[in-house]
Ligand binder design. Sequence first.
Ligand code: HEM
Length: 416
Amino acid sequence: MHDHEPAAPSPSLFSWEFAADPYPSYAWLRENSPVHRTTLPSGVNAWLVTRYADARQALADARLSKNPVHHSERAHAKGKVGIPGERSADLMTHLLNIDPPDHTRLRRLVSKAFTPRRVAEFAPRVQALTDRLIDGFAGRGSADLIHEFAFPLPIYAICDLLGVPAEDQDDFRDWAGTMIRHGGGPRGGVARAVKRMRAYLLELIHRKRAALGDDLISGLIRASDHGEHLTENEAAAMAFILLFAGFETTVNLIGNGTYALLRDPGQRRVLTDALAAGETAVLDTGVEELLRYDGPVELATWRFATEPLTIGGRRIGTGEPVLVVLAAADRDPARFDRPDTLDLARRDNPHLGFGHGIHYCLGAPLARLEGRTALATLLTRLPDLQLAVPEGELRWRGGLIMRGLRELPVTFTPEP
Ligand code: HEM
């Protein structure tokens, strides 16, 4: 246990160089200050938990609440914690902001509609979407894989799954684009986009109630548990969190994953050889490894201590925020053999990329389906895909929660 904070790691946390490669700083933290008190760029104070064992324990600790009412700096932090614009838009009552028993009830209801079977049945649709997006640039010989591929794929996929009509899906693409671009920046445009999305979803839920279909929104309306149903507001908040939680994350799984493969020709060959031979085992373990190696969610979302507790020997006071650094835990040499090596065939891989405990990612089956389909199709259709710029010129989105590229310019032999 430290009496004083050790000197800060270099490069300093949340700087530009840090966003490009946070892993050396995370290694420093794991070694020197595994439960580290810091002031975030927003001015909010928080604890960072970086060791695997501590992280896993914290994610499952019922004394750590997800509800921001428990934050001791709540007034000061208003608007700086959670989803940009959500406060103004009354979308607060969603899974990532609540604790049992409300969480248990809502999660049970949504799980009845958002089943692994629904996702499995959706596979041909994800394949068709993936091919359509690649068709858009395959004849050109160059593309920005973030804007033309990784960004639109998850938004169209989740819109389709929810039952948003095709003619309205480009509105979602625009709103989602505003929300991503402004993450951490000016909030006006974001609040407006969130408001429009909410109004649209409420209207859509209202219309679907009159004529239920077999889409996910109809499933949410239909789902009941001991006679309990979601209210229209709860269903709107649920649809919103499915969009929000399932969108930028998947963009970054596809973006970070493709980038990791482009940088590692040996591992890329392992995957393309297996795909050419019709073997999918490496694709399965490979997606998990890409989630571990450079997962989209850098820090699990906020948790607040509801009573004094100890993590890794440090006392956390009531109301203090705790951020579990999934990306650091997943490179912990105490848990993973050769943690800084990408090994697509890695078997012993209980990574925390989807979280752990009662808030474990609800969308994991969909994310896996999208990640597998996107990577397999891209590498098969464009076998000589390569980076169009030197690695050092790529810009990363230096967020707090999410880690991903701003753009991924590539070249390849055009499809005839
Ligand atoms: C929760 C990661 C895709 C919906 C989470 C959590 C993580 C995560 C780490 C837990 C957060 C915490 O404990 O604070 C990811 C990653 C994804 C992904 C890495 C893509 C690669 C999706 C998709 C959807 C989704 C596609 C839905 C369509 C959710 C929901 C929760 C959640 C609803 C909250 C669950 C709860 O609180 O009970 N996700 N996610 N996610 N995710 Fe995902």
